[in-house]
Design a protein around this ligand. Structure first.
Ligand code: FMN
Length: 167
């Protein structure tokens, strides 16, 4: 049985691609299969996380907000998630820019803002978290794609080590 699920909320698809890469790396390096759930898909917007020991949540940040499905998921599943290992990433162009510019103070502030503070509002702890950059679109498209795939893969390996050891 699969004991890990990755649930995600995207607006323009970058979070989907990042989620797929995390799953691919964990499969390749640890031979662990992970279920993938799109919270925007009507048929899967209320996933039952009860059977899983590990939950990875990925959320798009834009217009100074989490994609709302991410918050709805935390609200609905707060109690169930409290007993599980929770890994959280955001696709945040702002955090990706700060990292690329070498402004690690700002990067860390944005991680705290977009992950730690949000989780704290729901009274939830996480095992590991990461702001993973994103891909600007529309009128911001010239800012490009600032995801660092090396960092995405490293973080996936960290998750893989934790869930494979069961610690
Ligand atoms: C209209 C718009 C607003 C955005 N606002 C923010 C923002 O407030 N903070 C931020 O860190 N990134 C912002 N971004 C960049 C997004 O984080 C980036 O596009 C990310 O990849 C979105 O994830 P998604 O493609 O999964 O929806 C914005 C991008 C767009 C197109």
């Amino acid at each position: 049985m699969r004991n890990t699920v990755l649930v995600y909320a995207t607006r323009w698809g970058a979070t989907t691609e990042t989620a797929q890469e995390i799953i691919r790396v964990i499969k390749e390096k640890f031979n662990i299969d992970i279920d993938l759930v799109n919270l925007k898909d009507k048929s899967t917007k209320n996933p039952d996380v009860t059977p899983y020991d590990n939950v990875i949540l990925g959320v798009s940040v834009a217009k100074f907000r989490w994609a709302k499905e991410g918050k709805i998921f935390l609200k609905k599943n707060r109690q169930k998630l409290a007993g599980k290992k929770l890994f959280v990433f955001v696709s945040s162009g702002g955090a990706g820019d700060a990292y690329k510019e070498g402004d690690l103070v700002k990067y860390e502030q944005l991680q705290k803002k977009w992950i730690d503070s949000t989780l704290a509002k729901f009274n939830l702890n996480f095992t590991s978290r990461k702001a993973l950059g994103g891909r600007y679109v529309g009128s911001f498209a010239d800012r490009g794609d600032n995801r660092d795939w090396g960092i995405i893969r490293e973080w996936a390996e960290e998750i893989g080590r934790i869930i494979s050891s069961g610690n």
